[in-house]
Design a protein around this ligand. Structure first.
Ligand SMILES: Cc1ncc(COP(=O)(O)O)c(C=O)c1O
Length: 376
């Protein structure tokens, strides 16, 4: 079976984990955590980075930092992972779901302004498949209405908007290093803080509401409970794993981009003949090769294609189900139809994508899809 995902190991992960263990500083913010922080701050110019145990945790930190409370409204796409919005629901906020755009699953930026009310506090753009949302338009709306922007950049490492690194544009941004991402640590994530107002408090929230980080830097002579917070920081063992991946970021990205291009070239003829749609990358965005998806014409067609691929030993998977229709949120949604989000839920199919996917395997997958559409 050609699996959908296979985490790639660079070879240094266990060496660095062993080193972290022998350093005997295996709780959070050890040597490897600092190395990872420095790497991201230097490479992408992020003002401040804090590793977290997941992107979900980074989003929860963002919601606490922005003082989200009952009655606040958050604008987010319906076609996303539950954590994008759950972080804000945990603080009592109402989610105002926006439809996807026609050209790709990202939120329809032109639909945002009509949904802004006096209660709106945050816009949460999700860069689906690592492909940027139109950040100039989103930041302009945020400026005009005095809102915050939290980029859900879970899938968007090493991706850019008009040459600006994703994650560096919003007030806060959240990344994931879950094993399905380009750069992994099993579970893992990071919060990026681009706005000075949140620098100090972010450290406190991450350390259970204490000023322990300042204490470790020798800035205070004892530490105590100064705010709300939780345990959001990962062990240095996780950071050691992540650092081994970061050292190979260029190589990983190059390989993933070449796999993406093989898919694109191999399937282009099906788009040209109108049989399916391939990912659309706007001019302002770039491709970080996080994912390769195709858009079928209907749910029924996608179900048949999944079965067809399975017979050829290929595991392809669909993705999100519209959150505005989820069992948890349906009764709280304002009943507006979000038809494009539903369409992506029904028709988007993700193809196997991982560093070690061979040309032979790519050929099998592409041939299987071509043969499926030959008869259509
Ligand atoms: C858009 C989006 N946001 C958030 C998350 C949550 O990431 P994590 O598993 O690191 O908590 C995911 C997970 O895949 C995601 O796709």
């Amino acid at each position: 079976m050609i699996t959908f995902n296979k985490p790639y190991l660079t070879g240094k992960e266990t060496d660095y984990i062993k080193d972290a263990v022998l350093n005997l500083k295996i709780s959070g913010d050890g040597i490897y955590t600092k190395k990872c922080h420095e790497f991201f701050e230097k490479k992408y110019g992020f003002k401040k980075v804090l590793l977290t145990t997941s992107c979900t945790d980074a989003l929860e930190m963002a919601a606490i930092l922005l003082d989200i409370k009952e009655g606040d409204e958050i604008i987010a796409p319906s076609y996303t992972f539950v954590s994008t919005v759950n972080a804000f629901v945990l603080r009592g906020a109402k989610i105002v779901f926006i439809d996807s755009s026609d050209e790709n699953p990202n939120m329809d930026v032109n639909a945002i302004e009509a949904h802004i009310t006096a209660k709106t506090k945050v816009i949460v753009p999700v860069h689906y498949a690592g492909i940027s949302c139109d950040m100039d338009k989103i930041m302009a709306l945020a400026d005009k209405h005095q809102l915050f922007v939290v980029e859900d950049a879970a899938q968007a490492i090493d991706s850019f908007y008009n040459n600006k690194p994703l994650g560096s544009i919003g007030h806060l941004s959240a990344f994931s290093f879950h094993e399905t991402k380009n750069i992994v640590s099993g579970e893992g994530g990071m919060l990026v803080i681009n706005d000075d107002r949140f620098l100090q408090r972010a450290e406190i929230i991450r350390e259970k509401g204490t000023n322990r980080s300042a204490f470790f830097r020798g800035e205070v002579d004892k530490y105590g409970w100064v705010d709300i917070g939780s345990s959001f920081l990962p062990s240095d063992i996780i950071a050691a794993f992540l650092y081994a991946q970061l050292e190979n970021l260029e190589d990983i990205q190059q390989k993933r981009k070449s796999i993406w291009n093989v898919y694109f070239e191999g399937l282009k003829q099906l788009e040209v003949s109108g049989k399916l749609r391939l990912p659309f990358i706007p001019e302002y965005a770039c491709n970080n090769a996080h994912m390769f998806y195709i858009l079928c014409n209907s749910l029924d067609e996608r179900t048949q294609l999944v079965q067809h691929l399975k017979k050829d030993n290929v595991h392809a998977v669909f993705h999100y189900l519209s959150l505005h229709k989820s069992p948890y949120y349906l009764s709280m949604h304002d009943k507006k139809e979000l038809l494009r989000s539903d369409l992506y839920s029904d028709t988007l199919l993700r193809l196997p994508f991982f560093y070690e996917l061979s040309n032979e395997q790519l050929s099998v997958i592409i041939s299987s899809i071509l043969s499926f559409y030959e008869k259509r």
